[in-house]
Design a protein around this ligand. Structure first.
Ligand SMILES: O=C(O)CCC(=O)C(=O)O
Ligand SMILES: [Fe+2]
Length: 252
């Protein structure tokens, strides 16, 4: 794996401190950190093109679910779940899958190196969007997941719309370029829903954004209690036992 990348420039002094960034664009080392919605940050070129290719190759060697294939056969969008398995049907985490695969190690090491106030993510969902596929407006469960959600975009750009939960006229549109990292914290994490349209062509400041196959990796930290954790490990996801537990609702 080629590890020559922007992270070489990061020391504990110039780590991204999520709580202290207030301006819309902050220069950290040579990186430009955009904050388009309160509490959200985008780091362009978070990984190199070579790393992107290697990641896609590793992902495509793994099993995809969705499109009739368990554990989420009803999903049209294909996904891969690492760390914990999430059931979209029952809207909860149903199984502990163990440690994240080693092909994700360099990304997590970079998170820890570049972003302070960050807990170690223990779950990663890989989403694949073919042309014509998107994701409905949702907020990642505040009860299940920690205060920082990270999403790494691969292959194709797309627009993500943030819509305020209390005022749907309060919307911001954000361009997610391939290899960029979106960080959602604070207001962007808890007061806005985020969504991606199914449109094959979109426009951003006059620029045509043409969608192709897009793959994203969303990293989260499960914050369930020890009791809940035991239930997750003990749950038989095929039978749907305990899957109606409201406190575990994950709005996707
Ligand atoms: O594809 C993305 O960048 C976002 C995915 C997402 O919002 C999610 O998995 O909850
Ligand atoms: Fe999400």
């Amino acid at each position: 794996m080629n590890s020559s990348n922007s992270s070489e420039h990061f020391t504990s002094q110039n780590k991204i401190k999520l709580s202290s960034i207030t301006s819309p664009v902050t220069e950290i080392s040579h990186l430009s950190l955009n904050s388009p919605v309160d509490g959200s940050y985008i780091i362009d070129e978070f990984i190199t093109k070579q790393e992107e290719i290697e990641l896609i190759n590793s992902i495509d060697l793994r099993e995809w679910s969705g499109n009739g294939i368990p554990p989420n056969p009803e999903m049209r969008r294909r996904t891969q779940h690492y760390g914990y398995e999430f059931s979209y049907r029952y809207r909860k985490v149903v199984q502990n899958l163990g440690t994240l695969p080693t092909f994700l190690d360099f990304i997590i090491a970079r998170f820890i190196k570049q972003i302070s106030e960050m807990e170690y993510p223990n779950m990663c969902i890989v989403n694949e969007y073919q042309v014509g596929q998107g994701i409905m407006p949702h907020m990642d469960s505040a009860e299940l997941f920690g205060p920082v959600i990270l999403s790494l975009s691969l292959l194709s750009p797309c627009l993500m719309t943030f819509t305020h939960t209390q005022d749907s006229s309060n919307q911001s549109i954000v361009l997610l370029r391939p290899r960029s990292l979106l960080i959602m914290t604070k207001s962007s994490r808890f007061n806005y829903k985020h969504s991606i349209s199914k449109d094959a062509i979109e426009y951003y400041n006059g620029e045509e954004i043409k969608r192709d196959r897009r793959v994203s990796l969303t990293f989260r930290t499960i914050v369930t209690s020890k009791d809940e954790e035991e239930k997750i490990v003990g749950t038989d996801c095929k039978s749907g036992m305990r899957c109606t537990t409201k406190s575990n609702a994950f709005h996707l």
